[in-house]
Design a protein. Structure first.
Lengths: 213, 701
């Protein structure tokens, strides 16, 4: 079972780099959707025997992150009629290299952390750290509001992986609450994206500086 | 327990006293009467409760859990609390009655209800402060007290001067509260509980954990208490809020703030000094030294004031200094195991708490009457009020005599006790457990007596200035010309306070048993139960001497009257000086009276003086042409340009505190570089913090 989980996590790490390197917003949305959906299977794989709670959490995560949120983002993108390019602060290749570096850093760092024995042969901690850091890179180097949302999604995925360490301790309601928060957050942002576009005739978050006091 | 329940009833009544009026119309006289009635009723209940508690002879306490995660609702009523409860239940009630005429809602519709409400809340919160026995509860009611007094003092918030004084107060009181929060945190760390001074056992001073705490920690708690409570009490240099707030508050609020609320700071210092383990000698030394400095500088500042209420406020600072000197002596007595220092120092300090509560409230209410009649606080715009408001003037004279510590009034007794205590430090004396007369003295502490003497002399000068300029002579303005005594509603409370001054002056032994009990409990039985102040300071002979003094004065007055009856008495204008047509402007002013003494204190006070440069024997008068009539210019000398003005800004506030705040105001905006308004940069901050935390966890720096 550990090998399946680990291969899944390696795919997730690969998707991180893909998300950093892709130049088209639609592609990034799909990559992150795939990442979210893959992660949705984690609770089923890690927890044996499979309980009702794990199934509910998995199904909700897969449906929400794999289907609902991507659809919302894509439609927001179409309505706003913005250019479909990513417009990064640093180039795509440097972003990927940076992503690879932080993944390596996460691996090294996680080796030092004290982890419970049943998790010690899994890649959960390094994968989670790497995904969180990649989320931060996406957040800081992309300017469009939609790419910010994607950055938050990746960040949340990283936290989700980390949460797998605690599934036993964390009740279903907390998981559901987190998913609901995520959903509502994205829902609101998708509406705001439209308004930002109308107000500033652009999706560039740099224009928001004008709101500064 | 009965006494505690009465106390709760009293506090509840005080806290809600302003509530009914809030529901009524803005100009309702009825609402204000209801508020005053509730305050008086609550205060009466409270006084009965205090009386019952003292009669029961054993301290009562109550501790129940409550809804907050920290602390408990713990209260206790012991002699020390009782000492402070008496003025709390006396002065606000009198002030409230006074307010019926002084601040009627009908004339102050914009703030009358607000003032009534916060006035009652202030009184209730103060009562809770002195009975609270849990740090969390204490901090909560302390904050309620601070906020209530803030809103009561800034009643006239449409005036920019009031607002600015209010802000200074708000900042100062919260700095003090911060220190108290730190103090209780350390207390909890040291003892494992927020409770303090629970009178569950006979010896409430000591808890085993408190006695076991390291002296360094205890010293830190003591210093924090001194700063935190000193902010409220008005110790130099933490007094910066006090003059402005007192001057700008309505007079009955000033009376409560000065007469009672400042004492909450004193209470805190005394309480903490009592529950902490016996400390090293620097504790008492610092308190004594700070007290002496506060007293001397406070009265020197008062001397230079031209504003009636600011002068009284600085005089409050001076009196707090005197009280602190007594407390410092008592703390030294604990360190050196000298019961008589404790008894005289603490007894004198606490008696002065009562006395100052009586005569300072009296003086502030008096100042209110003067303002009510003459519509100004500037001393040099008054004058001649003595013949126009004879009752007010008489009461003012009485208050001034009391505050100058002159016999036969109460101020004399308490300062005399402190003098005696300070003089006891000169020679070796008795201490429990060693042969009599061999306990070493501490002659350096006797320097405090010198400071006290200096304070007394300056206070006398200060109040002679005030009385002379405001009540004697001829009126300087039309408003002062037409001033008249207030009606009974305002005079009554003042007469009660004056009666208190006389009573405690003539019969100080009435208070002695209570003071002895406090000293016994506070010192952890260092002062054995049953020790009498009488043995150290003959209070009954004070009664006799005071009675003799009054009788002698009476006889002299009668003789004078008899003598004058048989002669013709000529009446002439004051400061007539033989001039044909004197004007009111030729009188001595308060500033000119104080000028010589002020010149001795310029090094500390830095007065600002505005006057034209005068050169030569016959200097040309600026603007001489404008002088009316044909008077030669060089004699008139009183042209439009020849003016003299002296201001005495608060040295600490104007030279230290405000410049610091201005500097901060200039420098801190540079931090706004951090706020760029870009989401990406904020996220980088997050990332930086996260990485820092990761590294911290890893390396452990």
């Amino acid at each position: 079972m550990a090998s399946i989980v680990n291969s899944l996590l390696v795919v997730v790490l690969g998707l991180n780099l893909f998300a950093l390197g892709s130049s088209r917003l639609n592609a990034v949305i799909r990559i992150v959707a795939l990442q979210g959906a893959l992660l949705g299977f984690l609770p089923l794989l890690i927890h044996q025997p499979i309980g009702l709670a794990a199934v509910v959490a998995a199904v909700a995560a897969i449906v929400l992150k794999g289907i609902v949120i991507p659809i919302m983002l894509t439609s927001a993108l179409q309505r706003a009629q913005i250019k479909r390019e990513v417009e990064p602060l640093i180039g795509l290749l440097p972003s990927m290299i940076l992503g690879a570096l932080v993944t390596g850093f996460a691996m090294m760092f996680a080796a030092y952390l004290p982890v419970a024995r049943e998790h010690s042969d899994l890649l959960l901690v390094p994968a989670s750290l790497a995904t969180v850091l990649v989320g931060f890179i996406l957040l800081t180097t992309r300017f469009k509001a939609i790419s910010q949302v994607i950055g938050y999604l990746v960040l949340e995925n990283g936290i989700f992986i980390f949460g797998m360490l605690l599934v036993d301790a964390m009740p279903l309601t907390v998981e559901m609450g987190v998913l609901l928060d995520l959903f509502v957050g994205i829902f609101v942002v998708c509406i705001i994206v439209n308004h930002i576009n109308q107000a500033f005739a652009s999706m560039d978050t740099r224009r928001l500086v004008e709101l500064k006091e | 327990m009965m006494s505690l329940w009465l106390m709760f009833g009293a506090i509840a009544l005080l806290c809600v006293s302003g509530g009914p009026a809030l529901l009524g119309p803005r100009r309702s006289a009825l609402g204000q009467r209801v508020a005053t009635g509730l305050v008086v009723l609550g205060s009466a209940l409270g006084l009965v409760g205090v009386g019952l508690a003292l009669a029961a002879r054993t301290p009562v306490s109550l501790a129940v859990g409550w809804f907050l995660p920290a602390g408990r609702f713990a209260v206790g009523l012991d002699p020390l609390s009782a000492v402070f409860l008496v003025p709390i239940f006396l002065v606000p009630a009198l002030g409230s009655v006074y307010g019926l005429e002084y601040w009627p809602q009908a004339q102050h519709p914009e703030n009358g209800r607000k003032l009534s409400f916060f006035y009652g809340l202030l009184a209730g919160a103060m009562a809770l402060v002195v009975i609270a026995r849990n740090g969390v509860l204490f901090l909560i009611v302390w904050e309620v007290m601070a906020m209530a007094s803030f809103f009561a003092a800034t009643a006239e918030d449409d005036d920019p001067a009031v607002r600015s004084a209010g802000w200074v107060y708000l900042v100062a009181t919260h700095i003090g509260t911060l220190c108290l929060i730190a103090m209780f945190a350390l207390w909890k760390h040291a003892t494992g509980t927020y409770m303090f001074g629970m009178p569950s056992t006979g010896n409430w001073a000591a808890t085993t954990q408190a006695d076991a705490m390291p002296l360094g920690l205890a010293g830190a708690i003591f210093v924090l208490a001194l700063i935190g409570f000193g902010c409220k009490a008005g110790l130099m240099p933490l007094h910066v809020w006090l003059p402005g707030t007192h001057a700008n508050a309505p007079s009955h609020v000033s009376a409560v703030m000065s007469g009672v609320m400042l004492k909450m700071g004193v209470y805190g210092i005394v309480r903490m000094a009592g529950v902490l383990p016996v400390g090293p000698s620097w504790w008492g030394g610092v308190v004594l030294g700070v007290g002496a400095a506060t007293g001397v500088l406070g009265i020197a500042m008062a001397l230079g004031q031209g504003d009636l209420k600011r002068l009284l406020a600085y005089s409050s600072i001076e009196n707090i200094g005197i009280i602190l000197m007594g407390v410092g002596l008592a703390v030294l007595g604990r360190t050196y195991h000298r019961p008589e220092w404790v008894l005289l120092g603490l007894g004198g300090a606490l008696l002065h708490v009562w006395n100052h509560g009586l005569f300072k409230s009296l003086l502030f209410l008096n100042a209110g009457s003067v303002m009510h009649a003459a519509h100004t606080r500037a001393i040099d715009r008054l004058g001649g009020l003595g013949s126009r408001m004879p009752r007010t003037a008489g009461l003012f004279l009485l208050g001034a005599v009391a505050i100058c510590a002159l016999p036969p009034l109460n101020g004399f007794v308490s300062e005399w006790l402190i003098y005696l205590g300070l003089l006891h430090t000169v020679a070796p004396g008795n201490s429990p457990g060693i042969p009599p007369g061999t306990a070493p003295g501490l002659p350096v502490a006797a320097l405090g007596a010198v400071a006290l003497a200096m304070i007394g002399a300056l206070a006398a000068a200060c109040f002679v200035k005030l009385l002379g300029a405001a009540f004697l002579g001829t009126p300087r303005t039309a408003a002062a010309e037409h001033a008249h005594d207030p009606r009974k509603t305002m005079l009554g409370p003042m007469i009660v306070l004056a009666a208190g001054c006389i009573l405690l002056g003539l019969a100080p032994w009435l208070a002695a048993p209570l003071l002895e009990r406090v000293a016994t409990g506070w010192s952890g039985e260092l002062v054995p139960a049953g020790t009498a102040i009488q043995a150290l300071a003959p209070l009954t002979s004070i009664s006799l001497a005071a009675g003799g003094l009054i009788a002698g004065t009476g006889v002299l007055l009668v003789l004078l009257y008899q003598m004058l009856k048989r002669r013709t008495v000529a009446r002439a204008g004051t400061w007539d000086c033989g001039y044909a047509r004197p004007t009111a402007r030729m009188q001595y002013t308060g500033s000119s009276f104080a000028q010589f003494l002020m010149s001795l204190w310029t090094w500390a006070l830095w007065p600002q003086i505005e006057r034209p440069q005068v050169a030569g024997l016959f200097p040309p008068a600026p603007g001489a042409a404008e002088v009316a009539g044909k008077t030669p210019a060089r004699i008139a000398g009183a042209g439009a340009g020849a003016r003299f003005a002296m201001f005495l800004p608060d040295t600490i506030l104007e030279r230290l505190v405000l410049p610091t705040f201005r500097l901060a105001n200039r420098l801190l905006p540079k931090l706004r570089l951090l706020q760029q308004g870009r989401i990406q940069i904020y996220v980088i901050y997050f990332l930086g913090i996260v990485l820092l935390l990761l590294l911290w966890g890893r390396i452990g720096f």
